[in-house]
Design a protein around this ligand. Structure first.
Ligand SMILES: [Zn+2]
Length: 89
């Protein structure tokens, strides 16, 4: 048993659906640039594209949250900035 609040079992599926709808709304569902396939997989996790400072040091707080979208045929990965993708307009 744990005291931590637990999400619904389908939380991940729901958020993936929200991201897929956002991509459609923005007209961002097209054929893969590399192989021409139209089968995409939206990642279940938001990634952090981390900025590096001088000398390659990680700079906390300097980065972009991105939604990775994988081509299901060749593996090409597209990255969408999550704040821009989720904006209504
Ligand atoms: Zn591809």
């Amino acid at each position: 048993m744990t005291d931590e609040p637990r999400g619904l079992p389908d939380d991940r599926a729901v958020s993936r659906e929200i991201l897929e709808l956002a991509l459609e709304r923005k007209g961002a569902v097209r054929k893969c640039d590399a192989c021409g396939s139209d089968k995409w997989i939206v990642s279940q996790s938001v990634f952090l594209l981390q900025a590096l400072g001088e000398g390659g040091a990680v700079v906390p707080g300097q980065g972009v949250e991105v939604v990775p979208v994988f081509c299901n045929h060749c593996g090409l990965i597209r990255l969408h900035a999550s704040t821009v993708l989720m904006k209504e307009e």
